[in-house]
Design a protein around this ligand. Structure first.
Ligand SMILES: *Cc1c(COP(=O)(O)O)cnc(C)c1O
Length: 392
C-alpha cells in the first residue's frame, strides 16, 4: 500500500489553519508594536488584541472584559487553582475536582495538598460519567472551589457542566471547568451554564501553541498569577504575545462559524472508524460511552498487545495516533483515566486514542484501518499473550 501521512491526534494538538496563520503573520514583522505603547503601532497592537478578546468571548458567550489571555490551558488551570486558594484561604481549604482531570489540574491540586489544602477527587463510572450525588456530597463548609473538566481528553466524555455548576452555586462555591477539549467541539455558553472560571487553549482549535485564556466571571477578583506590568487588566503581567493572541482570536471565530459543520464532519468519520475497527478487528473494544462524547474522539483497547507497539508500527506507516494521553505516553504509568474507568493495567497498555479533525478524510480512515488490521494481526502473532499465540 502506498504510504500516506495521516494525523489522528487532534486532541494532542491541531495544525494552525491557513486563515489563522495569515492573520498572525503581519504581527511578527511589520505590525510589531508593543500593545502598551501609546504611539500608533502600539495602539494598532492593542486594537488587534481587543478584537481577539471579542472573538474569544463570542465563542463562549462571555463579554470581552471577562477574558484574560494566558500562555495556554495549563497556565489557566494553574491560575484558577492558585488564585482561588490564595483568595479564599481564610474561608476554607477544601477543593473538589475529579480523578480524570488533565495533569495541569491534578498536579497543581497535588501541589496545593502539600501546602495544607484538602482535595476531594470525585470518581467516574465505567462509562466515564460523574455521579452527581457523589459530587454533591463532596461539599463541606470549607469548600472554596469545585472544578470538573467539560470534556475528557482521553475518552472524550462530555460532562453535564450546567448541572454540576448549579450544585456548586447552591452550595455557594465557585465553579471552574477546564474546557480545553470542549472548546469548538461542544456548545459552550458560560452564562447559561453558570460557570465562574473556564480554561481554554488555542492550539486545540487550529490556533497557535503557547496561548490560551481564562474566563473569569464579571465581579470576581481573581488574584494575579504573574506579577509585573499592567497587561490583561493588571491581572497577568508580561508583554502580550500579539501574534498568538490574534491567531487565537481568528481560530475562535472560525470555530464559532464552522461549529455545526465541524461536529458533523468529525463525528461521521469517527463513527466510520469505530464501526470498521469493531467489525474488522477481533478482540477490540471502545472505552467510554458513545453518547455525550467529543465528536472526534475514539479510544480503543486491542486485547493481547501493547498500544506503544501499535503506535510505533503505525508511525512507520506515517500514521500518528496516541496511547492514552500525550503526557502519559512518555511515562510507563498506565493512564489514570482508564484506570478510573476500571480497565485493568494489562488492557490499558493495549489502548490507543484516535482523534479526528477538520482535515481528516474518509480515505485517511480507510488507510488507517487497513494498516491497523495488518499491524494488530502481526503483533498478535508474535505476542506471548492470549489465543493468538503462534496464530496465523
Ligand atoms: C491540552 C490540554 C490542556 C493543556 O493545554 P496547553 O495549552 O497545552 O497548556 C489542559 N487541559 C486539557 C483537558 C487539555 O486537553
Amino acid at each position: 500500500m502506498e504510504l500516506r501521512e495521516v494525523y489522528l491526534d487532534y486532541s494532542a494538538t491541531t495544525p494552525v489553519k491557513d486563515e489563522v496563520l495569515q492573520e498572525m503573520l503581519p504581527f511578527f514583522s511589520e505590525r510589531y508594536g508593543n500593545a502598551s505603547s501609546l504611539y500608533t503601532p502600539g495602539l494598532d497592537a492593542k486594537r488587534a488584541i481587543d478584537h481577539a478578546r471579542e472573538q474569544v468571548a463570542q465563542l463562549i458567550n462571555a463579554t470581552p472584559t471577562e477574558i484574560f489571555f494566558t500562555g495556554g490551558g495549563s497556565e489557566s488551570d494553574n491560575w484558577v487553582l492558585y488564585g482561588v486558594a490564595e483568595k479564599l484561604k481564610n474561608k476554607g481549604n477544601h477543593i473538589i475536582t475529579t480523578v480524570e482531570e488533565h495533569h495541569a489540574m491534578l498536579h497543581t491540586a497535588e501541589f496545593l495538598e502539600k501546602q495544607g489544602f484538602q482535595i476531594t477527587y470525585v470518581g467516574i463510572d465505567s462509562d466515564g460519567r460523574i455521579d452527581l450525588d457523589e459530587f454533591r456530597n463532596a461539599f463541606t463548609d470549607k469548600t472554596i472551589l469545585a472544578s470538573v473538566m467539560l470534556v475528557n481528553n482521553e475518552i472524550g466524555t462530555v460532562h453535564p457542566i450546567k448541572e454540576l455548576a448549579s450544585i456548586a452555586k447552591e452550595k455557594g462555591v465557585y465553579f471552574h471547568t477546564d474546557a480545553v477539549q470542549g472548546l469548538g467541539n461542544v456548545p459552550i455558553d458560560v452564562v447559561d451554564m453558570g460557570i465562574d472560571f473556564l480554561s481554554m487553549s488555542a492550539h486545540k482549535i487550529y490556533g497557535p501553541k503557547g496561548v490560551g485564556a481564562l474566563y473569569v466571571k464579571k465581579g470576581i477578583q481573581l488574584p494575579s498569577f504573574i506579577h509585573g506590568g499592567a497587561q490583561e487588566m493588571g491581572r497577568r503581567a508580561g508583554t502580550e504575545n500579539v501574534p498568538g493572541i490574534v491567531g487565537f482570536g481568528k481560530a475562535a471565530e472560525l470555530a464559532k462559524n464552522n461549529f455545526d459543520e465541524h461536529v458533523k464532519h468529525c463525528s461521521q468519520l469517527r463513527d466510520y472508524l469505530a464501526d470498521r475497527i469493531i467489525n474488522e478487528i477481533p478482540h477490540s473494544f471502545i472505552n467510554g460511552t458513545m453518547e455525550d462524547r467529543h465528536p472526534g474522539n475514539l479510544n480503543v483497547t486491542f486485547e493481547y498487545i501493547e498500544g506503544e507497539s501499535i503506535l510505533l508500527l503505525m508511525d512507520s506507516r506515517r500514521v500518528c495516533v496516541s496511547t492514552g494521553s500525550a503526557c502519559s505516553s512518555k511515562s510507563l504509568k498506565p493512564s489514570h483515566v482508564l484506570d478510573a474507568l476500571g480497565v485493568s493495567d494489562e488492557l490499558i497498555h493495549g489502548t490507543v486514542r484516535f482523534t479526528v479533525g477538520d482535515f481528516t478524510t474518509k480515505e485517511d480512515i480507510d488507510y488507517v484501518v487497513e494498516n491497523l488490521k495488518e499491524v494488530v494481526a502481526w503483533l498478535r502473532e508474535v505476542s506471548p499473550l492470549g489465543p493468538y499465540k503462534g496464530w496465523k
